[in-house]
Design a protein around this ligand. Structure first.
Ligand SMILES: Nc1nc2c(ncn2[C@@H]2O[C@H](COP(=O)(O)OP(=O)(O)OP(=O)(O)O)[C@@H](O)[C@H]2O)c(=O)[nH]1
Ligand SMILES: [Mg+2]
Length: 544
């Protein structure tokens, strides 16, 4: 709508308060819809011939006392008082598809002049919604506003979430963000805690989520990152309710892939300077990579298992990664100019495999069946200087800027490996102590523990050391690895688990060693379980 055509909050409230009380209630309405659907299904099963015969018979019925609204359409030649809602819908669709402004105006007159709220058992509200969507498509903002106001005035009780979502999409298409936002919160509101179990609420949640998804992806694709981030935040806010309502990812069907594509594209524009945060939208905090805003939403929603989505996530978050240096003491660590995460754990627990898994690289960190493979603190630079990654080598100084979401990942040598001489073990231990207490840019310390056996005595000792050494700015996270080995024939539906006994042991050891509050993530380098949880923490280093 042009600004002066806006549906102001006040005008909507005015028209709603005058709505009559003789409307059908939602259950009655639903029953009618079911009947109608059944009829449609029956119709669909009839042969074309039968249908044609029926149409012919219908056309012979006398038209009672009504104006005939002639259309250009060959299929629906005219609308009269005896036209069915299906006829009207078909006429609207055709007018929209052919951009037939004349027919749209005729349908407008038919719906707004010829019919009143009793037309088609109150189905008229849906027709008005459909008319508004078509009008928005054809940039007829006057008609869209009229249709929506009429819908509010007489059909507010029978508004369907599906229709509200279609109108929100239509409004977004014509950049009417304020009306889209208003409609979203007014017609697809967040349920209260005691409403969550009602079946009707699931439909509202679904269409609210889908509308917000459109909101986010549209603004990403249109290079308006602040609005898109706002949409993602609203998704984060409603995620727990969707989970509480027991809905699944398939049931809602959010197009995560599309949102991610938009976010990655918009982020690329932000990096090359062609995209600015949009003006006029107040947003207190912009993520260092817009894709993290989408990741937050994904993490707030019911779990999803789509390789494509995860692939997109890792490609967008970890665009480049290179081995920069192997350090054996604090002096050899690279400059602390960006955030850092480190992986510790006993030898062979799967540290190098985890680094490869989260970076979506096959052999970045050396993986070996033989324990003791990693012998130094290996630093990997993520999203470092663009375009020169091939030149970055051990000890070289390379020109260029690092990206805003750059960070280091450090793969530490495993402890507890018998074949390493004691003197070497003591050196590592001393280095580790200094590293944890003095590395200023360290943000997350992942402690990896085998999900089959739980913590060893050495794991317990590390926990104790960390509870003493860890500065407050370092997050300590326990990762249970190789969870796929606890399930027979790990598959997409069953990517890994941990036994109750091992979990008890983990918790007991954590409590005894002063790290009871640390988060525990279940993971598998094989099935990629836990990947998005781990990214949630990588973000803290990227956001440095
Ligand atoms: N099935 C399964 N095997 C894994 C997983 N993670 C690691 N492995 C295997 O465990 C072995 C050791 O993995 P690494 O990643 O080299 O372990 P590490 O902790 O880096 O070992 P060090 O470098 O010696 O400290 C390899 O044979 C991996 O293939 C997992 O999640 N699932
Ligand atoms: Mg290793």
């Amino acid at each position: 709508f042009a600004p002066h055509h806006r549906l102001s909050r006040q005008s909507i409230l005015q028209v709603t308060s005058s709505s009559g009380s003789n409307k059908l209630t939602r259950p009655e309405r639903k029953a009618l819809e079911r009947q109608k659907k059944q009829k449609n299904n029956d119709d669909a099963s009839k042969s074309n011939n039968q249908r044609r015969k029926q149409k012919y018979a219908e056309s012979k019925q006398p038209i009672k006392n009504s104006t005939t609204y002639e259309l250009n359409s060959q299929a629906i030649r005219a609308l009269t008082a005896s036209s069915t809602p299906d006829d009207v819908i078909r006429a609207i669709k055709r007018a929209q598809n052919r951009h037939d402004a004349q027919d749209l105006a005729t349908i407008e007159r038919f719906l707004l002049e010829q019919t009143d709220e009793t037309y088609a058992y109150g189905y008229r509200g849906s027709l008005l919604a459909r008319l508004a969507v078509a009008a928005l498509h054809m940039n007829n903002h006057r008609l869209a506003r009229l249709a929506l106001e009429e819908r509010y005035r007489h059909h507010r009780q029978s508004i369907l979430p599906l229709e509200s979502a279609a109108i929100v999409r239509g409004l977004l298409r014509v950049h009417n963000v304020s009306d889209a936002q208003f409609l979203l919160d007014d017609e697809l509101p967040l349920p209260t805690a005691d409403e969550i179990d009602q079946p009707a609420v699931r439909d509202v949640l679904k269409h609210r989520a889908l509308s917000l998804a459109s909101f986010a992806s549209r603004h990403f694709f249109e290079n308006e990152p602040s609005l898109a981030v706002l949409g993602c935040r609203k998704l984060v806010e409603m995620g727990p309710m969707v989970v509480q309502a027991g809905m699944t990812d398939e049931e809602i069907g959010i197009p995560w892939s599309r949102i991610l594509k938009g976010a990655a594209q918009c982020e690329a524009g932000r990096r090359d300077g062609s995209v600015q945060p949009c003006v006029g939208v107040e947003i207190d905090f912009m993520p260092c990579n817009l894709v993290y805003a989408v990741l937050n939403a994904i993490n707030a929603f019911p779990p999803m298992n789509s390789d494509t989505v995860y692939e997109q996530l890792s490609n967008a978050l970890i665009r480049r990664v290179v081995f920069v240096t192997g350090a054996v003491d604090m002096q050899k660590c690279p400059p602390a100019d960006r955030g850092e995460v480190a992986f510790i754990g006993r030898s062979n627990v799967g540290k190098s495999s985890l680094v490869n898994m989260v970076t979506n690289r096959k052999s970045l960190a050396f993986v070996s069946k033989r324990p003791g493979k990693t012998q130094q603190f290996n630093f990997f630079a993520v999203n470092d200087k663009a375009g020169v990654e091939k030149e970055i080598k051990y000890g070289d100084l390379v020109e260029g800027e690092k990206d805003a979401d750059s960070f280091y990942m450090v793969d530490l040598p495993g402890f507890g490996y018998a074949k390493v001489p004691d003197s070497q073990k003591q050196k590592w231990k001393a280095f580790m102590h200094l590293y944890i207490t003095e590395r200023p840019n360290l943000r997350v310390l992942f402690h990896l523990v085998d999900a089959r056996h739980g913590p060893t005595d050495e794991d317990a000792a590390i926990m104790k050391q960390i509870s003493v050494d860890k500065p407050p700015h370092v997050h300590y996270v326990i990762v249970l690895t190789k969870a796929d080995k606890n399930v027979k024939g790990a598959a997409a539906t069953n990517t890994g688990k941990v036994s109750r006994d091992v979990m008890k042991k983990v918790q007991k050891t954590m409590e005894e060693n002063g790290v009871a509050k640390a988060p525990v993530i279940l993971s598998s380098a094989q099935t990629k379980l836990g990947r998005n949880e781990i990214w949630k923490y990588l973000r803290r280093a990227a956001e440095f």
